[in-house]
Each structure stands twice: as structure tokens, then as C-alpha cells.
Ligand binder design. Structure first.
Ligand code: NAP
Length: 285
């Protein structure tokens, strides 16, 4: 890069020299100051300049060691982003080579002092933090933990924030009340703090290969055919109470692709993207 710049600068200065000579042969220089009309234009030899590389996007994935988060980290690295992850356990247990290119931070989003430094210099955040348990635990992990992260990101001047939320599941919303109440509370906070650059993805079931310890669970065996069938059954999704059971599952690589795009593309629309939106965006180049 510096060689190219140097050549450019040298060729520009050679051009200037050429015009200087040509102009002096023709008699007068173009100048607005009449007292300086015949003063020769002084051309200094250009130095080689070290041009810094263009600033890179720095992405922080909250829960980058989880099922969805690890696919997001990998997708972001493939796009040349600088990638960091934050989670309670820190480094991923995956031995894949891409994991060596992620900066792994350890911290609990429910204990704010343990992680705020991880947000420094970050341009975009994608949160995959969520989980199941008692109603109050689910509210904390899906709601409070993400609300803490959204507030910290806004304070630190992060440009874009993407939250992996979840589609409504009719009756399941009552059974998993803490989960859905938490998700919706985090969504509200995101839309308030990042009204123009906050994106909420609401997938139903996400399938792909999930690692549990050293085992790989091929969830695509069920998810992939269901996705094909249910994508074409969108009207069933409108049925009261049971409609959401027909929400098509979505591949984890599609979720990762759309999340990274939403975190980096300045013209990606803010707001809620449902499963059909995720499928549509994932099919775009
Ligand atoms: N999988 C699906 O089918 C599905 C469907 C719809 C929506 N979603 C949503 O998508 C998101 C990702 O799901 P997933 O299946 O990838 O879940 P996952 O594998 O359990 O990942 C959750 C991540 O959150 C981190 N985490 C949990 N509590 C934390 C805390 N207090 N502070 C910091 N990190 C914390 C976990 O790491 P540590 O344990 O190391 O902290 C883990 O990396 C979740 O929000 C989930 O609700 C998933």
C-alpha cells in the first residue's frame, strides 16, 4: 500500500514539475496575486507516507461460545471483522481453528463490573444471551442480562446492536412466561436505546449441528425438512393459539448470516425481523 501511495505521490510531483516547466516556458504562471506572477512554483520532493489501514469493524458477540454465537463468530471472521466474545465461561470449548482468532472475554452480564471493558472500541454488538430455567431465572437471563448489555453499549457509543430474540409460541408463552417476558423487555430497551440501528431477530426453532461436550447433535435432520414444508404454509401461522406451531424452523447459518449483516450493513432496516424475514435476507447475496 505504502509503495503504491509513494508512486502516486511521486507521479503527482513529477506532473507538477512538468506543468511548472511548461508554464515557465510559456512565460507566466496562473496566479491571483499580481505581485507574485513570475515567482517559480516550488515543488518539494514527496516523502513516502505510511498510510494506516482503513478502520476495521470490531464486533462483540455476547454468548459467542454458545450454539448460535459460535456460528456468528465464524461468519463474522469470514467477513474480515475483528471478533470478540463475552460469556460467563469465556473461551469456547471448540477446537476449531477459527476459535483462535476470537478474543474471548469472561464476564457475567448480571454482574456489571465484570465485563464493561469488553465494550471498549466495539462498533457493533450481537447478543445471543438467553436460556431456560425457573421463571425468574429466565427473566434475568433473557431480559435483565440483555438490558444491562444494551445500556452499556449505548453508553460506550456502540453503533449497532442486534438481539437474537424468539418468535412467539402461542400457548408456550404462558408456560415459559419468564422467557418471553424477558425477551420482550430486552426488545423494548433495544428499540428505545437504538431506535435507528437496533435489530431484533425473532427465529422459531433454530437447527444446525449443536455440540454438547464432545458430541455433535445433528438437529438439521428434523429442522431442514420442516423448514421446507412450513415455509410454504405461512397462512397456518395466523391461526389463533396453535398458529405459531407452524412457524418454520431456520438453519443456524442463516441466522448467523443475517445477524452479521444486520450488525455491519448501515442500510439494514432497524426493528423486528420475523422468521420469514430471516429466511428472505439469508437468501440475498
Ligand atoms: N436454539 C434455538 O432453537 C433458539 C430459538 C429461538 C431463539 N433462540 C435464542 O437465541 C439465543 C442463542 O441461543 P443458543 O441456542 O445459542 O443458546 P446457548 O447455546 O445456550 O447460548 C447462550 C449463550 O449465552 C451465554 N450466557 C448465558 N448467560 C450469560 C450471562 N449472564 N452473561 C454472559 N453470557 C451468558 C452462554 O455462555 P456461558 O454459559 O458461558 O455464560 C452462551 O454462550 C438465545 O437468546 C435463545 O433464546 C434460540
Amino acid at each position: 500500500m505504502s509503495t503504491v501511495m509513494s508512486r502516486l505521490i511521486h507521479s503527482r510531483s513529477s506532473l507538477s514539475r512538468f506543468y511548472t516547466m511548461a508554464a515557465s516556458r510559456n512565460g507566466r504562471f496562473m496566479s491571483t496575486d499580481s505581485s507574485k506572477v513570475d515567482e517559480p512554483f516550488k515543488v518539494e520532493e514527496a516523502e513516502t507516507v505510511d498510510v494506516p489501514p482503513p478502520p476495521t469493524e470490531k464486533l462483540l458477540v455476547l454468548g459467542g461460545n454458545g450454539f448460535v454465537g459460535s456460528h456468528i463468530c465464524r461468519e463474522a471472521l469470514e467477513h474480515g471483522l475483528s471478533v470478540a466474545s463475552l460469556s460467563r465461561s469465556g473461551r469456547s470449548s471448540l477446537h476449531d481453528s477459527w476459535a483462535n482468532n476470537v478474543i474471548w472475554h469472561q464476564g457475567n452480564l448480571l454482574s456489571p463490573d465484570s465485563w464493561k471493558e469488553a465494550f471498549s472500541g466495539v462498533t457493533a454488538v450481537i447478543s445471543c444471551v438467553g436460556g431456560f430455567g425457573s421463571n425468574s431465572y429466565m427473566y434475568k437471563i433473557n431480559g435483565t442480562a440483555n438490558i444491562n448489555a444494551i445500556r452499556a453499549a449505548a453508553e460506550k457509543g456502540v453503533k449497532r446492536f442486534v438481539y437474537i430474540s424468539a418468535a412467539d409460541f402461542g400457548l408456550a408463552n404462558y408456560v415459559l412466561q419468564g422467557y418471553y417476558d424477558g425477551k420482550r423487555a430486552a426488545e423494548t430497551e433495544l428499540l428505545t436505546k437504538f431506535p435507528y440501528t437496533g435489530v431484533i431477530l425473532r427465529p422459531g426453532f433454530i437447527y444446525g449441528t449443536r455440540r454438547v461436550g464432545s458430541m455433535k447433535l445433528p438437529l438439521g435432520v428434523i429442522g431442514s425438512p420442516l423448514e421446507m414444508i412450513l415455509q410454504r404454509a405461512k397462512p397456518l401461522n395466523q391461526l389463533p393459539l396453535v398458529g405459531s406451531l407452524f412457524t418454520p424452523p431456520v438453519n443456524v447459518t442463516s441466522v448467523a448470516k443475517v445477524a452479521v449483516r444486520a450488525a455491519t450493513d448501515p442500510v439494514f432496516p432497524p426493528g423486528i425481523i420475523d422468521v420469514y424475514g430471516i429466511l428472505r435476507y439469508s437468501q440475498q447475496r
